[in-house]
Design a protein around this ligand. Structure first.
Ligand code: UDP
Length: 486
């Protein structure tokens, strides 16, 4: 295969495919840039749908529609990133939020055929200016990368954009099943203490899919297949920090080449120069500039999860009675794209100038603003890493998927946040009481102190000799060794 040429080119060429969801796209684009700045040639494959949506979002703010999202960074930093698009199997304008299961089914059943074709074309196109492809870097949630990589003689690098704790729970699904904690008629409710590297975890802290009694959904099929496929990965890169998940990572390293290389952020933690936002971003700076330091609560439930109408109303009423100023990212599909203005009647007038309610923003810019003092969050992993980076303590209301497990890390293990509720739904009083606790109470101050320490750990991991950089260097070394041996 093409690796015969590696000594001539001595250049690693990776095909990179991100999962087409906002929370996967952002850390994938920035890992692609990071690897390119380490000398990789990257061929980045985007889905047509994501390409169109990010271009459309950008044209609303910047007035410019770009055919290649990496054009600016390639020019300014001289990086070798090539770019191409592929269909995810559905029409570009299909409402993927409203028809979530159809979208996931297309990714499981149709996408691989499209990808195979493009990967084949790229592998076959090596030339003087195109080094031979050495590896396929793809999101762990895809169900096909190890097969596609094998077909074209490439090494498979699996990219996991959630904490190692979540990876290891899915990876040890057979243990959960055999011990009666998953997919059994009488599921056990006691602590789980047999997963390598996890001292103990409660069933309620597992990902939502591992708590479901019906395991026939498309998301379950996707997880089962993906974690079967990842067993064929040559390397796993994880967007986490070694010092924060040391035992879990060490245990995984007994089984596989697993590297903690996070946090992956845009260069300088500034607004991304590559179009990664799926929606156009409202500018909050002017409004935030008028607010005192640490006085504003930032509220966002990420890009993907939905709130029930009842929880949304309780949260709105709680925000209203808290008297705290807030920026609320209210995606038009937060309840459903069928219900585009789900706020209680009169709410906007009631909260007036103490609120800024917007459909989307540059979250890292908002979190980094001196006026932000707390983050009411669904506990998406990127949001948590960004909040640590900005030393903003968290008020946690997990809704779906890994968010329950992420909450455990934030509240129980690291103590940098508090729960919005101890139940799966909320009421107005809990919301307003917990906002006061986070923004002004002793508990909030304790979290603020603890998050400063995590920020230091994060900063250290990113120094030239810090764990994340050392792990990335080691990965590149190991990849080169394997490539030469191929
Ligand atoms: N985000 C953003 N603007 C917003 C809300 C979110 O740019 O108004 C970004 C946020 O900075 C993060 C990503 O979208 O990088 C969301 O990822 P996360 O893992 O937190 O949650 P998900 O959307 O995957 O549930």
């Amino acid at each position: 295969m093409a690796n015969n040429n590696i000594n001539i080119h001595e250049k690693l060429h990776a095909i990179f495919i991100a999962y087409p969801l906002q929370g996967h796209l952002i850390p994938s684009v920035h890992l692609a840039i990071k690897l390119a700045s380490q000398g990789f040639t990257i061929t980045y494959i985007n889905t047509l749908s994501v390409h169109n949506q990010t271009s459309k979002a950008q044209s609303h703010t910047a007035g410019d529609k770009n055919d290649d999202i990496f054009a600016s960074v390639r020019k300014s930093a001289g990086l070798d990133i090539r770019y191409t698009t592929v269909s995810d199997g559905l029409p570009v304008d299909f409402d993927r939020s409203l028809n979530h299961d159809t979208f996931m089914a297309a990714l499981v059943h149709v996408f691989s055929a499209h990808v195979e074709e493009v990967v084949g074309d790229i592998v076959g196109s090596s030339s003087k200016n195109t080094p031979p492809v050495t590896c396929l870097i793809a999101d762990t949630f895809f169900v096909w990368p190890s097969k596609v990589a094998k077909k074209f003689g490439l090494l498979y690098v699996s990219y996991w954009t959630e904490p190692a704790l979540v990876f290891t729970l899915y990876y040890h699904l057979h243990l959960l099943r055999n011990n009666g904690h998953f997919a059994c008629p009488d599921v056990r409710e006691d602590s789980i203490n047999y997963i390598p590297g996890i001292k103990s975890i409660e069933p309620k802290d597992m990902t939502s899919y591992l708590q479901d009694s019906d395991t026939s959904s498309i998301c379950h099929q996707l997880i089962f297949k993906a974690f079967n496929d990842v067993r064929g990965a040559d390397f796993v890169l994880c967007n986490t920090i070694q010092e924060l998940e040391r035992d879990t990572i060490s245990a995984l390293q007994n089984d596989m080449s697993f590297y903690a290389i996070g946090p992956i952020f845009p260069i300088g933690f500034a607004k991304s120069s590559v179009a990664t936002s799926l929606w156009s971003q409202s500018d909050c700076n002017h409004w935030l500039n008028s607010k005192p330091n640490g006085s504003v609560l930032y509220v966002s439930f990420g890009s993907y999860a939905h709130l029930s109408k009842q929880d949304l109303v309780e949260i709105a009423n709680g925000l209203s009675s808290s008297n705290v100023s807030f920026v609320w990212v209210l995606r038009p599909d937060i309840v459903s794209s069928d219900d585009v203005d789900p706020l209680p009647v009169g709410f906007r007038e009631e909260v007036g100038d103490r609120s800024m309610i917007i459909p989307w923003c540059s979250q890292i810019e908002v979190l980094a603003h001196r006026a932000i003092g707390g983050f009411l969050t669904h506990c998406g992993w990127n949001s948590i890493l960004e909040s640590i980076r900005c030393e903003v303590p968290l008020l946690c209301f997990p809704l779906l998927t890994d968010q329950f497990t992420n909450r455990k890390l934030v509240v129980d293990d690291w103590k940098v946040g508090i729960n919005l509720s101890n139940e799966t739904s909320v009421n107005e009083k809990e919301v307003s009481d917990n906002i006061s606790r986070l923004m002004g109470g002793k508990l909030g101050n304790d979290c603020r102190k603890a998050i400063k320490e995590l920020r230091m750990i994060m900063d250290n991991s990113l120094t030239p000799n810090g764990s994340s950089n050392r792990n990335l260097d080691q990965f590149i070394k190991d990849l080169k060794t394997r490539t030469r041996a191929a």
